[in-house]
Design a protein around this ligand. Structure first.
Ligand SMILES: *Cc1c(COP(=O)(O)O)cnc(C)c1O
Length: 354
């Protein structure tokens, strides 16, 4: 029996397409008509169902709400120049979903189930993939512990839910950051490399404090010494130093971003030198002082590239100009978009066309 034969599809009688303003797509505001669901029980994942997006019935005793077994992904699908729909790097996202699941003692999601859910749901809600340049369909896979029980334990039941949301071009208001030297997002050996819900919950407070101080985000540093740069907000971070693209090397406190990996790859193809290494706060400061540091940006699926124009390091404010389309980050962003929309050759087979 193949998975396709076991998919149950219940279509919505009331599409919300007509009432969705595709000219003003606020990030995550509109959720497409359908969702895909599979339940894990008695040691295996059950058949996939597609149903109208809406409420789920569950008790307030589900383990995810109490003990935090909840992980998610963030990926995108794009309209190609010839009108098809392209899911960007589903394999890499699938590998990461399973790393996150493993770290949280949750069962792996089989590739067949994952890709079938993506194909079927996105094909059914194909009209929700925006057509304007720079827009895309944001895809949110979620897995959470659904067993209803109060005792502290690893759940024996889970729910996988896949939902999507049309999103417009991300207008990147340049970021002003502060180097965080008190709070931490995660620590070496912690779940920082997993996309688990708690990492976000724990980061809200330090971010709120930074916002009250007039910053947009925090530049996270390592938990032991606050000496090395880890990430920015909930994105990976990159710098252009001496014309070279540098980014913190991965360890357990850094999330292995798909955008980070894609950017490093296309940058090398564009003839840029790249380096993954520990980057100290001191080195950043020195880069600002000497003028060797010319660009800084966050990178992630949602924003792709988010320019950083100011960083407070201890008591000093350092500034960078607003990057134009000819900047390194501007050119990288455009190249990535070209690959995703099929305007440029997909030499790495990142695109999954449906
Ligand atoms: C999702 C995420 C990123 C970016 O990963 P992408 O795969 O590029 O979207 C970076 N850092 C954190 C903490 C994240 O949760």
């Amino acid at each position: 029996m193949t998975l396709t034969e076991t998919i149950r599809i219940e279509r919505t009688p009331h599409s919300r397409l007509a009432e969705t303003d595709f000219q003003n797509l606020e990030f995550g505001k509109y959720i497409s008509d359908h969702m895909a669901i599979s339940d894990f029980k008695s040691g295996s994942w059950g058949p996939l169902s597609i149903m109208p997006f809406g409420e789920l019935r569950m008790t307030p005793a589900i383990l995810a709400l109490h003990y935090g077994q909840a992980i998610f992904e963030g990926m995108k699908a794009f309209r190609t120049v010839d009108g098809r729909v392209n899911i960007f790097r589903p394999k890499k996202h699938h590998e990461r979903i399973n790393k996150s699941l493993e770290r949280m003692c949750m069962p792996a999601l089989p590739w067949d189930l994952f890709i079938q859910s993506l194909r079927t749901l996105i094909d059914l809600d194909r009209e929700w993939v925006p057509k304007t340049e720079g827009s895309s369909l944001y895809i949110r896979p979620l897995v959470f512990a659904s067993e209803s029980r109060l005792g502290v334990k690893v759940s024996e039941q889970y729910k996988y839910v896949l939902m999507t949301s049309p999103v417009g071009p991300y207008y990147n208001k340049p970021f002003r950051l502060k180097v965080e030297d008190h709070y931490v997002r995660t620590a070496e050996g912690g779940p920082g490399y997993a996309k688990c819900a708690g990492n976000y919950g724990g980061a809200f407070y330090p971010t709120q404090v930074a916002k009250e101080e007039g910053f947009d985000q925090v530049l996270w540093t390592d938990s032991k010494e606050h000496k090395y740069i880890d990430e920015v907000g909930m994105m990976n971070v990159m710098f252009v130093m001496d014309g070279k693209l540098v980014t913190p090397q991965l360890y357990t406190a850094i999330l292995d971003g798909v955008t980070r990996d894609s950017i490093l790859t296309v940058a090398r193809e564009m003839g840029l030198q790249t380096e993954e290494k520990r980057i100290s706060v001191e080195e950043l400061e020195e880069g600002f002082r000497s003028g060797k540091l010319t660009e800084a940006f966050g990178c992630g699926t949602a924003a792709v590239v988010a320019p950083i124009t100011g960083i407070r390091i201890h008591d000093n404010d350092y500034k960078l100009g607003t990057p134009g389309p000819e900047s390194i980050q501007g050119r990288i962003k455009q190249k990535l978009l070209n690959i995703r929309t099929g305007a440029e050759n997909d030499v790495h087979h990142w695109n999954y066309l449906i």
